[in-house]
Design a protein around this ligand. Sequence first.
Ligand code: IPD
Ligand code: CA
Ligand code: CA
Length: 251
Amino acid sequence: MKKLIQALIVEAGLIALQYQSRIDTVQITEKGAKDLVTEADIAVEDHIRKKLAAATPDFGFLGEESLETLGEKSRWIVDPIDGTHSFIHGQYYWSISIALETEGEICLGAVYAPLLKDLYVAEKGKGALKNDQKIKTSDTSELAQAMVGTGFACLRANLKENNLARFCRIASRTMDQRRFGSAALDCCLVGDGQLDAFWEQQLNLYDVAAGALIAAEAGATVTDFSGRPGLNPQAVLITNGRVLAELLELM
Ligand code: IPD
Ligand code: CA
Ligand code: CA
């Protein structure tokens, strides 16, 4: 399965790049408040879905841009383009995310950033790789020295309890902050030691299923905002473990 999704995600990346190279001709629609989708998202998901259905006909499929199909024990969880807004603006920081869930547990994940040429892959219990090299979380032990990442999906829903006040609290206690624009990739950056922590609320499972496994397999903690272990897309907190306690006080 790992070889299957590694080859497929790179193939899907080439399709996405073809659309991005002519982005001015690509149809863009607003599927919700501040939430754009392009014909590239649809085409990439359709390609991935068809290939996975052919290879694993009994598996279900949960994708951001199409109706879910149920499987027996396993399902694919796919975000065809994570960071669509970055993609539309011709930026480099977007990714494709494919995860496999079996009996309720994410056991395989891949996140590919075509313009960065970075392919992150992890299998449960077998560590995490970037471009076939083992990765691990950073050694940063104090929040005051940390570089942290976040996102603002919550602003789409105009939630009262949003991330702005939390961001200000944490920004004043950290060395530096980033809002890159692809939650899937942000998770991988914690695993790769490029970020010391990442948090975001109001995400969906397909945004973080693969990225959270990759980060965890590289040694990251995956909790909710209260520190409860496990992946909660509504309140995702991924850290190198060393800054977790300080961060939890500010969440
Ligand atoms: C988005 C990205 C972004 C995050 C948004 C997500 P999409 O995914 O992951 O970083 O802040 O909440 O929706 O919509 O481009 O697939
Ligand atoms: Ca997404
Ligand atoms: Ca998406």
